[in-house]
Design a protein. Structure first.
Length: 336
């Protein structure tokens, strides 16, 4: 496993008078009842996670679950009440405001739901803006901006103004601007949620294309499980400021840690998510035909359901188990 780029340990964010004093008085871990009785708003409660280099971690939860607040604590756009946040081995909570500004300018990229483009600046000028803030000369930053414009699929539109672009194109400008500083870590807070479904799908495809090229470390917020499944290496589900579970989409579906996670993932289409090797049983000498253990159930369900008996499951050319129609049917219709 690659090394952790971001380490978050026991992070709290309480809103109210003297929250640090309140936490200390309760041993650093007050109950929900105690927090609410004292009149505090518990935006994030005792959150811990690691994001590894090159990994996409998606934060999910309903509105008010704390996911956006947690991302702002990770980037120190707001200060956590308590806990530990580390970026490339650097303790962010002990970092000065000036040092944090430099970190954000050079190592962090941020994209939010609202594009916040400068209407009076061209696409190229919008993309180049972070480099302008860094003091990069005009010729160099504009040359870099044109490279990025090509990268995000806006070739030939450098001289356009935001008002001349579609919503999806404007979002690409926002993404391009966040990439201008070549960040080590990319924070994206529901960047596609304001887009129409077809454009949203296109932007997800574009995002994955960019990630395959750039291999960024990414924290991505969404409330859409289908989007999370498409994009995430791991998913953290939040509820009332708590990370209920962190794992792969398949782990969340097959082994929910809490009743809340089970309810949250109840309607997720299992056939498009579960792999054959997750469902298979021991190898069967009577099995006929074969399927790849890494294949999704939906991709090979017809073959297995139509087979007269069990089917061999192979991985790297070796038989690793077998699967039958009953196992596939149970996976497909478990929630019915």
């Amino acid at each position: 496993m690659t090394q952790a780029k971001i380490i978050c340990r026991n992070v709290w964010k309480l809103y109210g008078p003297e929250p640090k004093k309140f936490l200390t008085a309760h041993g650093g871990n007050p109950s929900v009842a105690a927090v609410k009785e004292a009149g505090y708003i518990p935006a994030v409660r005792d959150a811990s996670l690691e994001v590894h280099e090159g990994e996409i971690v998606v934060l999910m939860g309903l509105s008010g679950s704390g996911k956006s607040t947690l991302v702002r604590c990770l980037s120190r756009l707001i200060d956590a009440t308590a806990g530990h946040v580390e970026f490339d081995g650097q303790d962010l909570l002990a970092t000065s405001d000036k040092e944090m500004i430099e970190l954000r300018r050079h190592k962090m990229g941020m994209v939010f739901q609202h594009f916040a483009l400068f209407p009076h600046r061209t696409v190229a000028e919008n993309v180049a803006f972070p480099l302008e803030v860094q003091g990069v000369d005009h010729e160099t930053r504009m040359a870099k901006a044109l490279e990025i414009i090509d990268l995000v699929g806006l070739h030939g539109r450098g001289d356009y103004y935001p008002r001349e672009l579609s919503g999806g194109q404007q979002q690409r400008v926002g993404i391009g601007r966040s990439l201008a500083v070549e960040p080590d870590v990319w924070f994206l807070d529901e960047p596609f949620s304001a887009l129409d479904p077809l454009i949203r799908r296109e932007m997800q495809d574009e995002f994955m294309r960019l990630q395959s090229t750039l291999q960024k470390t990414i924290v991505f917020i969404t409330h859409d499980f289908d989007e999370a499944i498409r994009l995430a290496d791991r998913i953290a589900i939040m509820h009332d400021g708590v990370i209920e579970q962190l794992g792969t989409a398949e782990e969340l579906i097959t082994n929910p840690a809490t009743d809340y996670v089970a309810a949250f993932t109840k309607d997720v289409p299992r056939s498009k998510l579960l792999r054959i090797q997750t469902l298979m049983g021991p190898a069967d000498d009577d099995a006929e035909g074969e399927v790849d253990g890494a294949a999704k159930v939906a991709a090979v369900a017809r073959q297995i359901l139509n087979a007269p008996g069990p089917v061999r499951v192979v991985k790297d050319g070796q038989v690793v188990g077998s699967i039958n129609g009953t196992q596939v049917a149970n996976a497909l219709f478990e929630n019915d």
